[in-house]
Design a protein around this ligand. Sequence first.
Ligand SMILES: Cc1cc2nc3c(=O)[nH]c(=O)nc-3n(C[C@H](O)[C@H](O)[C@H](O)COP(=O)(O)O)c2cc1C
Length: 108
Amino acid sequence: MRIGNFEINGGAALAPMAGVADRAFREICIEFGAAYVVTEMVSSKGLTMHDKKSGLLMQLGESERPAAVQIFGCDPDTMAQAAKQAAETGHGKGNSVCPGKGHSVRHP
Ligand SMILES: Cc1cc2nc3c(=O)[nH]c(=O)nc-3n(C[C@H](O)[C@H](O)[C@H](O)COP(=O)(O)O)c2cc1C
């Protein structure tokens, strides 16, 4: 599957699941062959206000690639800023795309 300039290999991926898809769960899914994983919901407002808890929710482990950061919000500017933050923080730099409403994907 291709999303923008991402090549996703494999047929099964971890669905976005708030309250379930924490870092440990995502790492287990990658270990068992998930094509990509998605974080729990992260508040765009929380991210732009540098809320510590929001930042932790989108923190990715080294093995979690490819991964998408799931952000939510109602203000387009805040969402854009949060998507930029999601792409820039963590491990190295990456590009962000928005394949669906409220979702941001980060490069492996
Ligand atoms: C516990 C739980 C939490 C979920 N959280 C989210 C979420 O945060 N964001 C989202 O877009 N969908 C969420 N979903 C929906 C799932 O990602 C998925 O779309 C849904 O379970 C249907 O998938 P299925 O047809 O494979 O069962 C959640 C589903 C469950 C069961």
